[in-house]
Design a protein around this ligand. Structure first.
Ligand code: UDP
Length: 372
Protein backbone atom coordinates (compact mmCIF):
# COMPACT_ATOMS: atom_id res chain seq x y z
CA UNK A 1 0.00 0.00 0.00
CA UNK A 2 1.28 3.52 -0.69
CA UNK A 3 2.37 5.52 2.29
CA UNK A 4 1.11 8.98 1.41
CA UNK A 5 -1.52 8.98 4.13
CA UNK A 6 -1.06 8.69 7.89
CA UNK A 7 -2.92 5.42 8.23
CA UNK A 8 -3.20 2.36 6.02
CA UNK A 9 -6.61 1.58 7.47
CA UNK A 10 -9.31 3.56 9.18
CA UNK A 11 -11.83 1.33 10.88
CA UNK A 12 -15.14 2.91 11.69
CA UNK A 13 -16.77 1.19 14.67
CA UNK A 14 -15.16 -0.77 17.51
CA UNK A 15 -17.66 -3.63 17.76
CA UNK A 16 -16.60 -7.26 17.49
CA UNK A 17 -16.23 -7.02 13.71
CA UNK A 18 -14.18 -3.80 13.67
CA UNK A 19 -12.01 -4.98 16.55
CA UNK A 20 -11.06 -8.27 14.87
CA UNK A 21 -10.28 -6.40 11.65
CA UNK A 22 -8.20 -3.84 13.55
CA UNK A 23 -6.31 -6.47 15.50
CA UNK A 24 -5.38 -8.57 12.50
CA UNK A 25 -4.47 -5.69 10.21
CA UNK A 26 -2.22 -4.07 12.79
CA UNK A 27 -0.68 -7.45 13.65
CA UNK A 28 0.19 -7.74 9.96
CA UNK A 29 2.12 -4.49 10.02
CA UNK A 30 -0.47 -2.00 8.84
CA UNK A 31 -1.00 1.31 10.56
CA UNK A 32 -4.55 1.28 11.83
CA UNK A 33 -6.86 3.79 13.48
CA UNK A 34 -10.21 2.81 14.97
CA UNK A 35 -12.80 5.50 15.54
CA UNK A 36 -15.87 4.98 17.65
CA UNK A 37 -18.92 7.22 17.87
CA UNK A 38 -19.84 6.12 21.39
CA UNK A 39 -17.85 6.86 24.52
CA UNK A 40 -16.81 3.22 24.89
CA UNK A 41 -15.49 0.36 22.77
CA UNK A 42 -17.30 -2.88 21.99
CA UNK A 43 -20.41 -1.85 20.08
CA UNK A 44 -23.43 -3.76 21.30
CA UNK A 45 -21.46 -6.44 23.10
CA UNK A 46 -20.11 -3.84 25.53
CA UNK A 47 -20.34 -4.89 29.18
CA UNK A 48 -19.95 -2.54 32.11
CA UNK A 49 -18.85 -3.52 35.62
CA UNK A 50 -21.39 -2.45 38.21
CA UNK A 51 -20.99 -3.66 41.82
CA UNK A 52 -18.70 -6.40 40.52
CA UNK A 53 -21.31 -7.58 38.01
CA UNK A 54 -20.70 -7.46 34.25
CA UNK A 55 -23.83 -5.78 32.97
CA UNK A 56 -24.73 -6.48 29.33
CA UNK A 57 -25.62 -2.89 28.56
CA UNK A 58 -27.08 -3.54 25.10
CA UNK A 59 -28.92 -6.74 25.94
CA UNK A 60 -27.97 -10.33 26.65
CA UNK A 61 -25.11 -11.68 24.57
CA UNK A 62 -24.46 -15.37 24.92
CA UNK A 63 -21.70 -16.66 22.73
CA UNK A 64 -22.29 -19.93 20.90
CA UNK A 65 -20.72 -21.51 17.87
CA UNK A 66 -19.94 -24.77 16.15
CA UNK A 67 -17.09 -23.19 14.27
CA UNK A 68 -13.90 -24.47 15.82
CA UNK A 69 -11.78 -21.82 14.17
CA UNK A 70 -13.90 -19.02 15.63
CA UNK A 71 -13.94 -20.65 19.08
CA UNK A 72 -10.16 -21.20 19.16
CA UNK A 73 -9.53 -17.72 17.86
CA UNK A 74 -11.54 -15.98 20.59
CA UNK A 75 -10.16 -18.29 23.25
CA UNK A 76 -6.67 -17.12 22.36
CA UNK A 77 -7.68 -13.70 23.72
CA UNK A 78 -9.90 -14.62 26.64
CA UNK A 79 -11.23 -17.68 28.42
CA UNK A 80 -14.93 -18.45 28.31
CA UNK A 81 -16.98 -19.94 31.13
CA UNK A 82 -19.45 -22.78 30.64
CA UNK A 83 -22.65 -20.75 30.77
CA UNK A 84 -25.49 -22.56 29.01
CA UNK A 85 -28.46 -20.51 27.94
CA UNK A 86 -31.67 -22.14 29.20
CA UNK A 87 -34.34 -19.45 29.29
CA UNK A 88 -37.69 -19.95 30.96
CA UNK A 89 -40.90 -18.63 29.51
CA UNK A 90 -43.64 -17.14 31.68
CA UNK A 91 -47.21 -17.33 30.41
CA UNK A 92 -50.40 -16.71 32.40
CA UNK A 93 -48.86 -17.39 35.80
CA UNK A 94 -46.80 -20.46 34.87
CA UNK A 95 -43.20 -21.14 33.86
CA UNK A 96 -42.29 -23.26 30.83
CA UNK A 97 -38.91 -24.52 29.69
CA UNK A 98 -37.33 -23.29 26.48
CA UNK A 99 -36.41 -24.14 23.82
CA UNK A 100 -39.20 -26.51 22.84
CA UNK A 101 -38.17 -29.86 24.28
CA UNK A 102 -39.57 -32.77 26.28
CA UNK A 103 -39.71 -30.63 29.43
CA UNK A 104 -41.93 -28.12 27.60
CA UNK A 105 -44.15 -30.83 26.13
CA UNK A 106 -44.49 -32.41 29.56
CA UNK A 107 -45.42 -29.07 31.15
CA UNK A 108 -48.00 -28.34 28.45
CA UNK A 109 -49.56 -31.74 27.74
CA UNK A 110 -48.31 -33.97 30.55
CA UNK A 111 -46.68 -36.29 27.96
CA UNK A 112 -43.54 -38.19 28.93
CA UNK A 113 -42.17 -39.81 25.77
CA UNK A 114 -41.05 -38.61 22.37
CA UNK A 115 -43.78 -40.69 20.68
CA UNK A 116 -46.51 -39.12 22.82
CA UNK A 117 -45.17 -35.61 22.13
CA UNK A 118 -45.00 -36.19 18.37
CA UNK A 119 -48.54 -37.61 18.44
CA UNK A 120 -49.80 -34.49 20.25
CA UNK A 121 -48.12 -32.14 17.77
CA UNK A 122 -49.42 -34.14 14.79
CA UNK A 123 -52.93 -34.11 16.29
CA UNK A 124 -52.83 -30.32 16.58
CA UNK A 125 -51.31 -29.88 13.13
CA UNK A 126 -53.96 -32.03 11.46
CA UNK A 127 -56.65 -29.59 12.62
CA UNK A 128 -54.93 -26.71 10.81
CA UNK A 129 -54.58 -27.91 7.25
CA UNK A 130 -51.44 -25.91 6.44
CA UNK A 131 -50.35 -26.86 2.92
CA UNK A 132 -47.68 -24.32 2.32
CA UNK A 133 -45.56 -22.35 4.82
CA UNK A 134 -46.24 -18.74 3.96
CA UNK A 135 -45.23 -16.99 7.16
CA UNK A 136 -43.99 -17.37 10.72
CA UNK A 137 -47.38 -18.47 12.04
CA UNK A 138 -47.58 -21.38 9.57
CA UNK A 139 -44.00 -22.29 10.34
CA UNK A 140 -44.55 -22.26 14.12
CA UNK A 141 -47.78 -24.26 14.04
CA UNK A 142 -46.28 -26.84 11.69
CA UNK A 143 -43.36 -27.22 14.04
CA UNK A 144 -45.05 -27.42 17.47
CA UNK A 145 -48.85 -27.11 17.04
CA UNK A 146 -51.24 -24.34 18.03
CA UNK A 147 -51.06 -24.62 21.82
CA UNK A 148 -47.34 -24.01 22.06
CA UNK A 149 -47.62 -21.38 19.35
CA UNK A 150 -50.16 -19.50 21.46
CA UNK A 151 -48.45 -20.00 24.82
CA UNK A 152 -44.85 -19.44 23.89
CA UNK A 153 -44.48 -17.90 20.44
CA UNK A 154 -47.32 -15.62 19.34
CA UNK A 155 -47.25 -12.94 22.06
CA UNK A 156 -43.46 -12.82 22.30
CA UNK A 157 -42.92 -12.62 18.55
CA UNK A 158 -45.60 -9.98 17.97
CA UNK A 159 -44.12 -7.81 20.74
CA UNK A 160 -40.63 -8.41 19.42
CA UNK A 161 -41.34 -7.47 15.81
CA UNK A 162 -44.39 -5.20 16.15
CA UNK A 163 -46.18 -7.22 13.47
CA UNK A 164 -48.65 -10.10 13.37
CA UNK A 165 -47.06 -13.54 13.09
CA UNK A 166 -48.86 -14.12 9.80
CA UNK A 167 -47.08 -11.08 8.37
CA UNK A 168 -43.60 -12.14 9.46
CA UNK A 169 -41.05 -14.22 7.54
CA UNK A 170 -40.71 -17.80 8.78
CA UNK A 171 -36.90 -17.74 9.00
CA UNK A 172 -37.00 -15.86 12.32
CA UNK A 173 -38.36 -18.88 14.17
CA UNK A 174 -35.93 -21.28 12.53
CA UNK A 175 -33.37 -20.01 15.03
CA UNK A 176 -35.19 -21.89 17.79
CA UNK A 177 -34.34 -25.55 18.29
CA UNK A 178 -37.02 -28.23 18.60
CA UNK A 179 -35.98 -31.34 20.50
CA UNK A 180 -37.60 -34.52 21.59
CA UNK A 181 -35.18 -34.99 24.48
CA UNK A 182 -35.10 -33.58 27.99
CA UNK A 183 -32.58 -30.87 27.19
CA UNK A 184 -33.05 -27.16 27.94
CA UNK A 185 -29.95 -25.93 26.13
CA UNK A 186 -31.22 -23.10 23.91
CA UNK A 187 -28.49 -23.59 21.34
CA UNK A 188 -27.49 -26.61 19.29
CA UNK A 189 -23.88 -25.48 19.01
CA UNK A 190 -20.85 -27.40 20.27
CA UNK A 191 -19.30 -24.44 22.09
CA UNK A 192 -21.02 -21.93 24.34
CA UNK A 193 -20.10 -19.51 27.10
CA UNK A 194 -19.46 -15.97 28.30
CA UNK A 195 -15.99 -14.39 28.25
CA UNK A 196 -14.65 -14.34 31.81
CA UNK A 197 -14.47 -10.72 32.90
CA UNK A 198 -16.97 -9.57 30.30
CA UNK A 199 -17.07 -8.86 26.60
CA UNK A 200 -15.41 -5.48 27.07
CA UNK A 201 -12.30 -7.33 28.22
CA UNK A 202 -12.31 -9.37 25.01
CA UNK A 203 -12.50 -6.18 22.94
CA UNK A 204 -9.76 -4.58 25.06
CA UNK A 205 -7.54 -7.57 24.30
CA UNK A 206 -8.25 -7.31 20.58
CA UNK A 207 -7.51 -3.59 20.55
CA UNK A 208 -4.53 -3.71 22.93
CA UNK A 209 -2.01 -2.49 20.37
CA UNK A 210 -4.34 -0.43 18.22
CA UNK A 211 -4.92 3.32 18.26
CA UNK A 212 -8.55 4.03 19.18
CA UNK A 213 -10.41 7.32 19.31
CA UNK A 214 -13.74 7.46 21.13
CA UNK A 215 -16.54 10.00 20.63
CA UNK A 216 -15.61 10.37 16.98
CA UNK A 217 -18.37 10.47 14.40
CA UNK A 218 -17.01 9.68 10.95
CA UNK A 219 -19.99 11.25 9.19
CA UNK A 220 -19.41 14.61 10.85
CA UNK A 221 -15.81 14.75 9.58
CA UNK A 222 -15.90 12.56 6.54
CA UNK A 223 -13.55 14.67 4.39
CA UNK A 224 -10.97 14.75 7.10
CA UNK A 225 -11.16 11.02 7.72
CA UNK A 226 -11.09 10.11 4.03
CA UNK A 227 -7.84 12.01 3.77
CA UNK A 228 -5.95 10.35 6.55
CA UNK A 229 -6.29 6.70 5.53
CA UNK A 230 -5.69 4.72 2.36
CA UNK A 231 -8.55 2.37 3.02
CA UNK A 232 -11.70 2.60 5.13
CA UNK A 233 -13.50 -0.32 6.72
CA UNK A 234 -16.92 0.98 7.62
CA UNK A 235 -19.02 -1.03 10.06
CA UNK A 236 -21.73 1.60 10.48
CA UNK A 237 -25.11 1.66 8.69
CA UNK A 238 -24.62 1.73 4.93
CA UNK A 239 -27.76 3.82 4.27
CA UNK A 240 -26.66 6.52 6.68
CA UNK A 241 -23.28 6.72 4.98
CA UNK A 242 -25.10 7.61 1.75
CA UNK A 243 -27.36 10.12 3.55
CA UNK A 244 -30.32 7.78 2.96
CA UNK A 245 -30.40 8.84 -0.68
CA UNK A 246 -32.10 5.63 -1.80
CA UNK A 247 -34.33 5.32 1.28
CA UNK A 248 -34.02 4.19 4.88
CA UNK A 249 -33.31 0.63 5.90
CA UNK A 250 -35.68 -0.44 8.65
CA UNK A 251 -34.72 -1.87 12.00
CA UNK A 252 -36.32 -3.02 15.18
CA UNK A 253 -35.00 -1.20 18.19
CA UNK A 254 -35.03 -1.99 21.90
CA UNK A 255 -35.49 0.03 25.04
CA UNK A 256 -33.67 -1.31 28.07
CA UNK A 257 -34.72 -0.56 31.61
CA UNK A 258 -31.83 -1.35 33.93
CA UNK A 259 -32.67 -1.65 37.62
CA UNK A 260 -30.44 -2.17 40.62
CA UNK A 261 -32.13 -4.28 43.23
CA UNK A 262 -30.91 -4.45 46.79
CA UNK A 263 -31.17 -8.18 47.25
CA UNK A 264 -28.98 -11.08 46.26
CA UNK A 265 -31.19 -12.49 43.51
CA UNK A 266 -34.28 -11.19 41.75
CA UNK A 267 -35.49 -14.13 39.67
CA UNK A 268 -34.94 -17.88 39.47
CA UNK A 269 -33.19 -17.86 36.11
CA UNK A 270 -30.85 -15.67 34.07
CA UNK A 271 -33.34 -15.10 31.25
CA UNK A 272 -37.12 -15.17 31.62
CA UNK A 273 -39.21 -14.57 28.50
CA UNK A 274 -42.66 -13.02 28.89
CA UNK A 275 -44.60 -14.68 26.13
CA UNK A 276 -48.08 -13.21 26.69
CA UNK A 277 -49.09 -9.90 25.09
CA UNK A 278 -48.67 -8.22 28.47
CA UNK A 279 -46.38 -7.08 30.04
CA UNK A 280 -45.01 -5.14 27.09
CA UNK A 281 -41.42 -6.21 27.75
CA UNK A 282 -40.28 -9.45 26.12
CA UNK A 283 -37.77 -10.58 28.71
CA UNK A 284 -36.03 -9.84 31.97
CA UNK A 285 -32.40 -10.75 32.27
CA UNK A 286 -30.52 -10.91 35.57
CA UNK A 287 -26.92 -10.12 34.77
CA UNK A 288 -25.10 -11.77 37.68
CA UNK A 289 -26.00 -15.25 36.38
CA UNK A 290 -23.89 -14.83 33.24
CA UNK A 291 -20.60 -15.10 35.10
CA UNK A 292 -21.85 -16.27 38.47
CA UNK A 293 -20.81 -12.89 39.88
CA UNK A 294 -20.96 -12.55 43.64
CA UNK A 295 -22.60 -9.42 44.97
CA UNK A 296 -25.11 -8.42 47.67
CA UNK A 297 -27.07 -6.53 45.04
CA UNK A 298 -28.34 -7.53 41.64
CA UNK A 299 -29.03 -5.87 38.29
CA UNK A 300 -31.89 -6.74 36.02
CA UNK A 301 -32.86 -5.43 32.59
CA UNK A 302 -36.34 -5.34 31.19
CA UNK A 303 -36.26 -5.41 27.40
CA UNK A 304 -38.94 -3.55 25.45
CA UNK A 305 -38.95 -3.85 21.67
CA UNK A 306 -39.76 -0.54 20.00
CA UNK A 307 -40.14 0.79 16.52
CA UNK A 308 -36.85 2.18 15.29
CA UNK A 309 -36.68 5.91 14.75
CA UNK A 310 -33.69 8.01 13.83
CA UNK A 311 -31.43 8.59 16.81
CA UNK A 312 -32.22 5.24 18.41
CA UNK A 313 -29.88 2.27 18.46
CA UNK A 314 -30.29 -0.17 15.61
CA UNK A 315 -30.65 -3.73 16.86
CA UNK A 316 -32.42 -6.07 14.49
CA UNK A 317 -32.32 -5.48 10.73
CA UNK A 318 -35.79 -6.18 9.30
CA UNK A 319 -34.60 -8.57 6.63
CA UNK A 320 -37.82 -8.69 4.64
CA UNK A 321 -37.97 -8.52 0.87
CA UNK A 322 -38.45 -4.77 0.67
CA UNK A 323 -35.53 -3.95 2.93
CA UNK A 324 -33.23 -6.57 1.47
CA UNK A 325 -33.87 -5.11 -1.96
CA UNK A 326 -33.02 -1.63 -0.74
CA UNK A 327 -29.85 -2.96 0.83
CA UNK A 328 -28.87 -4.51 -2.51
CA UNK A 329 -29.21 -1.07 -4.11
CA UNK A 330 -26.88 0.43 -1.54
CA UNK A 331 -24.50 -2.45 -2.12
CA UNK A 332 -24.45 -1.63 -5.86
CA UNK A 333 -23.73 1.98 -4.96
CA UNK A 334 -20.83 0.83 -2.78
CA UNK A 335 -19.29 -1.02 -5.74
CA UNK A 336 -18.30 2.39 -7.11
CA UNK A 337 -16.10 3.02 -4.10
CA UNK A 338 -12.50 1.98 -4.55
CA UNK A 339 -11.23 2.39 -1.02
CA UNK A 340 -14.03 1.50 1.28
CA UNK A 341 -15.50 -1.76 2.51
CA UNK A 342 -18.92 -1.81 4.18
CA UNK A 343 -19.23 -4.73 6.51
CA UNK A 344 -20.26 -5.95 9.95
CA UNK A 345 -23.91 -6.20 11.04
CA UNK A 346 -24.83 -2.66 10.05
CA UNK A 347 -22.65 -2.42 6.96
CA UNK A 348 -24.14 -5.66 5.59
CA UNK A 349 -27.63 -5.19 7.06
CA UNK A 350 -27.90 -8.71 8.41
CA UNK A 351 -29.17 -10.42 11.58
CA UNK A 352 -25.81 -11.90 12.58
CA UNK A 353 -24.92 -13.86 15.68
CA UNK A 354 -21.52 -13.09 17.20
CA UNK A 355 -19.86 -16.12 15.65
CA UNK A 356 -21.20 -15.10 12.23
CA UNK A 357 -19.54 -11.74 12.75
CA UNK A 358 -16.21 -13.43 13.47
CA UNK A 359 -16.53 -15.56 10.34
CA UNK A 360 -17.39 -12.46 8.36
CA UNK A 361 -14.24 -10.73 9.61
CA UNK A 362 -12.11 -13.79 8.76
CA UNK A 363 -13.53 -13.76 5.23
CA UNK A 364 -13.06 -10.02 4.80
CA UNK A 365 -9.45 -10.32 5.96
CA UNK A 366 -8.76 -12.55 2.96
CA UNK A 367 -9.25 -9.44 0.81
CA UNK A 368 -6.05 -8.17 2.38
CA UNK A 369 -4.27 -11.54 2.11
CA UNK A 370 -4.66 -12.32 5.79
CA UNK A 371 -5.61 -15.89 6.53
CA UNK A 372 -6.85 -16.78 10.00
N1 UDP B 1 -39.19 -16.62 20.20
C1 UDP B 1 -40.44 -16.96 20.68
N2 UDP B 1 -40.61 -17.15 22.01
C2 UDP B 1 -39.58 -17.02 22.90
C3 UDP B 1 -38.30 -16.71 22.40
C4 UDP B 1 -38.14 -16.50 21.04
O1 UDP B 1 -41.40 -17.05 19.93
O2 UDP B 1 -39.80 -17.21 24.10
C5 UDP B 1 -39.05 -16.39 18.75
C6 UDP B 1 -39.30 -14.95 18.37
O3 UDP B 1 -39.96 -14.93 17.12
C7 UDP B 1 -37.90 -14.39 18.23
C8 UDP B 1 -37.14 -15.59 17.67
O4 UDP B 1 -37.76 -16.71 18.30
O5 UDP B 1 -37.85 -13.27 17.39
C9 UDP B 1 -35.66 -15.57 17.92
O6 UDP B 1 -35.43 -15.43 19.29
P1 UDP B 1 -33.97 -15.40 19.92
O7 UDP B 1 -34.16 -15.37 21.39
O8 UDP B 1 -33.19 -16.50 19.32
O9 UDP B 1 -33.41 -14.06 19.33
P2 UDP B 1 -32.55 -12.89 19.94
O10 UDP B 1 -33.53 -11.80 20.16
O11 UDP B 1 -31.93 -13.37 21.21
O12 UDP B 1 -31.57 -12.58 18.84
Amino acid sequence: MNNKKIYDFLIVGSGLYGSIMAHELSKNGYKVLVIEKRDHIGGNIYTKKMNNIDVHVYGAHIFHTSNEKVWNYLNSFIKFNNFINSPLAFYKGKYYHMPFNMNTFNEIWGVKTKEEAIRKIEEEKSKENIKEIKNLEDQAISLVGRTIYEYLIKGYTEKQWGKKCNELPSFIIKRLPLRFEYNNNYFNDIYQGIPLGGYTKLIEELLKNVEVKLNEDFLKKRDYYKNIANFIIYSGPIDEYYDYKLGKLEYRSLKFELEKINQEFYQRNCVINYTDTTPSYTRIIEHKYFENDKSDVTYITKEYPVQYKEGMERYYPLNDEKNNLLYEKYKDEAKNEANILFSGRLGRYKYYDMDDVCELAFNDLKLFNIDI
